[in-house]
Design a binder for this molecule. Structure first.
Ligand code: AMP
Length: 128
């Protein structure tokens, strides 16, 4: 597991040191807000308030209650954004190869346009 870096930007938002960018949802354990550099017309980030660096750490360390609460909060956010019928993509990046920039676990919820293929196709066959 990855040591949690308290200086990451989402930790600073949670501590109130910097303002949250267009808050969408908040409860005792979850915060959701619009991504500052949106990759789609709708791009919302959902974070647990607990200190988890990655989805792996969250799945591995969070209590059953926390896991359930987070999942249900995501459904509430989807309802609030009114995207359940239109469709959306939920992505989480993990670690260097996953392209994770902020080391506090977060889900990206993307919608508002057809999102196409999930990742660029490989140009050559994988070697494994
Ligand atoms: P990731 O690459 O999966 O770690 O995604 C981090 C995301 O956080 C990027 O899409 C950034 O645009 C976004 N981001 C960084 N700082 C902020 C901020 N202060 N408020 C909202 N979104 C942010």
């Amino acid at each position: 597991m990855q040591p949690y870096d308290d200086s990451n930007i989402f930790a600073r938002i949670l501590r109130g040191e910097i303002p949250v960018h267009q808050k969408v949802y908040e409860d005792d354990h979850v915060l959701a807000f619009h991504d500052i550099l949106p990759k789609a017309p709708l791009h919302v980030l959902v974070i647990p308030k607990g200190k988890y660096a990655t989805i792996y750490d969250f799945y591995k360390q969070a209590s059953a209650e926390e896991l359930l609460h987070f999942s249900r909060a995501v459904t509430r956010i989807i309802d609030q954004l009114d995207i359940q019928k239109k469709g959306y993509r939920i992505v989480t990046n993990c670690g260097r190869m996953g392209g994770q920039e902020v080391p506090h676990f977060h889900l990206h919820i993307l919608s508002g346009r057809p999102l196409g293929s999930m990742v660029e196709p490989l140009e050559t066959a994988p070697s494994f």
